[in-house]
Design a protein around this ligand. Structure first.
Ligand SMILES: C=C(O[C@@H]1C=C(C(=O)O)C=C[C@H]1O)C(=O)O
Length: 121
């Protein structure tokens, strides 16, 4: 069993609380499913939102999505001029037998355009 880091991101259409809740839940769900994980194997998750997203804490959304006993933290992504708007990102540390090469990073919706270099299944 090793500790691995998994990245993910998604994009919402507007800074709307329901969209933050729903898109973050989808991101958490896909991260767990694509990597064969349960919440018991998640050590911690840091979530960021671009500065234009203030309607809800992504960490709250992740807890509501099932990570209820996982340490979570929300933070703001830096405001790089011209960067993609309304993006919620996550970095999860997990315990898994997956090798680093087997880990599936999860880029959903418009955020898929951020990392076209990553293999996605
Ligand atoms: C490209 C992304 O956005 C930014 C760039 C990153 C990178 O180059 O690794 C990571 C997070 C963000 O600061 C991303 O989320 O993957």
């Amino acid at each position: 069993m090793a500790v691995r880091a998994i990245r993910g991101a998604t994009q919402i259409d507007a800074d709307d609380r329901d969209q933050v809740l729903e898109a973050t839940a989808e991101l958490v769900r896909e991260l767990l499913a694509r990597n064969g994980l349960t919440s018991d194997e998640v050590i911690s998750v840091i979530l960021t939102a671009t500065p234009d997203v203030v309607s809800e804490f992504p960490a709250y959304a992740a807890r509501k999505a099932g990570l209820d006993d996982v340490p979570l933290l929300s933070a703001t992504e830096i405001a790089v001029p011209g960067a993609m708007p309304r993006v919620i990102r996550l970095m999860a540390h997990v315990e898994t037998d997956l090798t680093r090469a087997e880990v599936r990073h999860v880029y959903l919706r418009g955020a898929a355009a951020l990392r076209t270099d990553l293999k996605q299944l």
